[in-house]
Design a protein around this ligand. Sequence first.
Ligand SMILES: [Zn+2]
Length: 194
Amino acid sequence: MSYDTECVFCRIIEKKIPSAIIYEDPYVISFLDINPRFKGHALVVPKVHVSTLDQLSDEATAHLFVVVKHIAKNLVENLGAAGYNITINNGRVAGQVVPHLHVHIIPRYEDKRQGVGFEAVFPVDEEAKTTLNDIAEKVKLTREIKPIFKDKEKEEQKGNEEKEKAENSEKSSKASSLPYESEYFNDDGTPKFK
Ligand SMILES: [Zn+2]
């Protein structure tokens, strides 16, 4: 992993600064925010030093968000939260303070309903509201993004076709039992990184 010695999160990852770690694997670390907005406010941080989400590989992004989901579930179940916000501030203009990508998971509680909803943070931009179609034209993503996971229906179809080919039968049954593309994931489900 490429660490930045000036970066506070890289120093946390390297255990040079203590933190309240709640999860760690070879690619991702999660610890509690030192300035919690609500009880259990956690950060999930890829171990590779990139500043914003668009700089992270597809594989690392997929793994990051799977971890985010599990940590959110764990926070809800153990802290009695009624919901949670997931936020990433990308860039200084968006309020990013530490320039190392991090996902905020902020548990929300019924008895602390301040700052509920988008309105509390961003009022509606009335000018942007009148130009939705123009903006959509500018930002349309026309290429199809290939899913990082296997399409189970297609795989089953492919599996049936391959059954007829005796020499491949063993290989295909192994592949169809995997939930993910083997080019992205190891047999044990951990992600591969280039
Ligand atoms: Zn860093």
